[in-house]
Design a protein around this ligand. Structure first.
Ligand code: FES
Length: 139
């Protein structure tokens, strides 16, 4: 199976690898695993509590090249978005951008799940109810 140039680029030069302080109220952590293969992804976001804009994102993925590329891309995409904008990112956007073949679709699902889990964690910490997100970024 051939990986696309974009996957190879993100895999060889992943963006935003790292870790944030899980205990901070501004940080949301999503830790998800793919039952298909056992790969694990951790994605973290730092959110401005006033504007709900995601100001920083980091990831660490123990998994295949497509999972690493998907999470690297996800961190790039969520940065600068509000949490409600970030919730509109779907795995099919990632599949398209990285030209993932059908057998690698679950790797992109992992990234979507990780974004949602990180946002869910942040909302829980900050007592933001479902549907009570700020709609648009003030940029
Ligand atoms: Fe499982 Fe890619 S093969 S996440």
């Amino acid at each position: 199976m051939a990986y696309s140039d974009k996957v190879i680029d993100h895999y060889s030069n992943p963006r935003n690898v790292g870790q944030m302080d899980k205990s901070s109220d501004e940080v949301g952590t999503g830790l998800v695993g793919a039952p298909e293969c056992g790969d694990v992804m951790r994605l973290q976001i730092r959110v401005n509590p006033e504007t709900q804009v995601i100001e920083d994102a980091k990831f660490k993925t123990f998994g295949c090249g497509s999972a690493i590329a998907s999470s690297s891309l996800a961190t790039e995409w969520v940065k600068g978005k509000t949490i409600s904008e970030a919730l509109t990112i779907s795995n099919t956007d990632i599949v398209k951008e990285l030209a993932l073949p059908p057998v690698k679709i679950h790797c992109s699902v992992l990234a979507e799940d990780a974004i949602r889990a990180a946002i869910g964690d942040w909302k829980k910490k900050n007592h933001v109810a479902e549907g009570a997100e700020v709609a648009v970024a003030a940029h």
